[in-house]
Design a protein around this ligand. Structure first.
Ligand SMILES: CC(C)(COP(=O)(O)OP(=O)(O)OC[C@H]1O[C@@H](n2cnc3c(N)ncnc32)[C@H](O)[C@@H]1OP(=O)(O)O)[C@@H](O)C(=O)NCCC(=O)NCCS
Length: 188
């Protein structure tokens, strides 16, 4: 099943942004932020190579499945008033049976501090709770990732757990917060 069959619009327009699937021509813009160590710092993986950026775009070219556990809807975020991709948001179906989805965001630091990540994540959460019928949206983030904690809190998500030393980030033990929101708590 493709995203289209879930009635996911081709583009989502917010006040200042456009969310849309990545196109092959976006690989350079994506690489510009995904290659930065400061961006991948709390993602528990190295920066992405140019090839990895391009390959994941090509892999999604035929459309996005959003039916089985692990299926991810990845959207490029653009400013409505200028070309170019400034970041991305993703919604991953973690349990189709229990309608649980994980939300995430990665933005170019050049565009930090304007509320774009929050605005894009809010639109994706609205899609999840709306057309996609998600019951609970959650996010996992390193406790040191203060900017990301603030995005969760601006979205009205609840801090449900503080996992201690539950992962290894190189030679550093990583601790994570789990934030979540239920569909009936969603105020849009
Ligand atoms: C997490 C991340 C997306 C947050 O980016 P951000 O720019 O801080 O978040 P927003 O776009 O929501 O912007 C919020 C900031 O803009 C400010 N702002 C300015 N105008 C605003 C507006 N119109 N609306 C809302 N906020 C606005 C807010 O006050 C806030 O500032 P503050 O950080 O000083 O409190 C970014 O740090 C990032 O990409 N990090 C690397 C990847 C990552 O770790 N992802 C999360 C994995 S769990």
């Amino acid at each position: 099943m493709t995203a289209a069959s879930h009635h996911i619009p081709a583009t989502i327009a917010t006040e200042r942004l456009l969310l849309r699937p990545f196109a092959p021509g976006d690989a350079g813009d994506r690489y510009a932020y995904q290659s930065l160590p400061e961006v991948s710092r709390y993602l528990y993986r190295p920066p992405l190579s140019r090839e990895a950026c391009a390959e994941s775009i090509v892999a999604r070219a035929a459309g996005t499945d959003w039916k089985a556990d692990g299926d991810t809807l990845l959207l490029a975020v653009c400013r409505a008033d200028e070309p170019g991709v400034i970041g991305e948001v993703a919604l991953t179906l973690r349990s189709a049976r229990a309608r649980q989805a994980e939300i995430g965001w990665v933005f170019n630091p050049q565009y930090a501090g304007h509320g774009y990540a929050t605005e894009a994540a809010r639109a994706l959460a609205a899609l999840g709770f709306g057309q996609l019928g998600v019951h609970r949206v959650f996010a996992r983030l390193d406790v040191l990732n203060v900017a990301s904690v603030r995005v969760c809190e601006r979205l009205g998500m609840r801090r449900e757990a503080h996992l201690v030393d539950n992962d290894l980030d190189g030679d550093r033990w990583g601790s994570e917060y789990l934030y979540a929101l239920l569909s009936h708590e969603w105020k849009g």
